[in-house]
Design a protein around this ligand. Structure first.
Ligand code: FES
Ligand SMILES: [Fe+2]
Length: 420
């Protein structure tokens, strides 16, 4: 039977399990606008940075929650704050640098000044000049602060929320996620640098991708060829109780080439004869006592925490409309890394990022979906590998965590918005 015939038969077969996602959720502005309100400004915690990115009093970093510009600051008392990066006067970006150190934040337009908590502390010509001009007599500075978000940290990761009612960040993440964050953030870290990748696709296609262990050994030639990740390895795909977040992990030492050759048959991405001219890229160190060599922790809605070999990184999603987002990768190591270990981490950073030997394909996979679904008002995807339900798996041949993501999305946004 040809692939085409198989597909036809599949389409006609009644299905009791499996998840169908209408492609319009990736292309239609209605969904995008509702996501900004109900997810990014709704009852969620969004990742905004690492504490280690703002280590000193006065340090700040500009970033985003969804599409909303925000500033992460460390105040003189050491406390962390996240405020909307939009002047209370006439709406200008207050902070135009990506990062820096300041005693206060000053808007360039008319120089309204704010302290590092976002409180308005200065308005030029507030009382006018020579008896002329000035703000009205009842102008109350305390009513014109930058909008302040709730801010909490877990294991050195900083999260912010617009919601006054959402549970604590720890409760939002749940024990599986918190435990994994604390496993990786087990000692003080050093930030090694950022990579930024603009992807012409919808941010949710990447949320699917990072909850998808099924693709990882089929799309990624490098994973399979060098045994960094194969579906035959010991691993699990787990979710938090609400099935918002996903933990995929695997142990590279758990399989052998001969058995894998049989399992993969003639899959395009299985060729163990392939060699690199410089194999030193693959010579890492065993770091964790549990032997786990790959962790992809996808945290709803905008974070991935990764450990691939000796690379450690956070990936933050910033949205730019229904068909574009940016991935910001921040690589880090530990403060007690020796020089060789730091060199290993930097070399292995070539595995990931926009030109990475592994993860360049994920950006491409997002874009080839986006290219193919444009204008499809009623067609859907079909997600059923592993049984078609949002269930944990003690193997890696599953799409269960993707269904968990969509169950939450359906609750927060819905699949059936009315077109404008
Ligand atoms: S817009 Fe910021 S001071 Fe006027
Ligand atoms: Fe991937």
């Amino acid at each position: 039977m040809s692939i085409r015939q198989q597909t036809d038969a599949f389409d006609q077969a009644p299905s009791t399990a499996g998840c169908r996602v209408p492609y319009r959720v990736f292309t239609d502005r209605q969904y995008y606008d509702r996501e900004q309100e109900n997810i990014f400004k709704g009852n969620c915690w969004s990742f905004v940075g690492l504490e280690a990115e703002v280590p000193q009093a006065g340090d700040f970093k500009s970033t985003f929650v969804g599409e909303t510009p925000v500033i992460l600051t460390r105040d003189s008392d050491g406390s962390l704050h996240v405020v909307v990066n939009r002047c209370a006067h006439r709406g200008a970006l207050v902070c135009r640098e990506m990062r820096g150190n300041r005693a206060s934040l000053e808007c360039v337009y008319h120089q309204w000044a704010y302290d590092l908590k976002g409180n308005l502390i200065g308005v030029p010509f507030r009382r006018g000049l020579k008896g002329q001009g000035g703000m009205p007599g009842d102008f109350d500075m305390s009513q014109h602060n930058l909008r302040q978000l709730r801010t909490e940290t877990v294991g050195g990761l900083v999260f912010a929320s617009f919601s006054e009612t959402v549970e604590s960040c720890r409760d939002f993440l749940g024990p599986i996620v918190v435990e994994q964050i604390e496993r990786i953030m087990c000692k003080p870290i050093t930030v090694l640098g950022d990579q930024r990748q603009r992807i012409r696709g919808n941010w949710k296609l990447y949320a699917e991708n990072t909850r998808d262990p099924y693709h990882a050994s089929l799309l990624h030639l490098f994973h399979n060829t060098f045994g960094l990740y194969r579906s035959t390895q010991t691993g699990e795909a787990l979710m938090d109780a609400n099935k918002r977040h996903s933990l995929l992990y695997s142990i590279a030492a758990s399989n052998d080439d001969a058995a894998d050759k049989q399992a993969y048959g003639d899959a395009r991405t299985f060729d163990t004869e392939f060699k690199l001219q410089d194999m030193s890229l693959l010579k890492g160190r065993q770091e964790f006592a549990d032997n786990v060599t790959l962790v992809i922790l996808a945290v709803y809605p905008n974070l991935v925490l990764q450990q691939i070999q000796n690379t450690l990184a956070v990936r933050q999603t910033v949205t730019y409309g229904p068909d574009e987002f940016e991935l910001v990768w921040t690589h880090f190591g530990y403060q007690d890394d020796d020089a060789e270990m730091q060199a290993i981490r930097l070399k292995q950073a070539n595995l990931i990022g926009p030109a990475g030997l592994i993860s360049m394909e994920d950006g491409e996979a997002v874009e080839i979906v986006q290219d193919a679904i444009v204008g499809e008002a009623s067609a859907t995807s079909y997600i059923a590998m592993g049984g078609g339900r949002a269930e944990d798996a003690d193997h890696l041949v599953t799409e269960g965590a993707i269904i968990g993501f969509w169950d939450n999305y359906r609750e927060m946004v819905g699949f059936d918005l009315e077109p404008a």
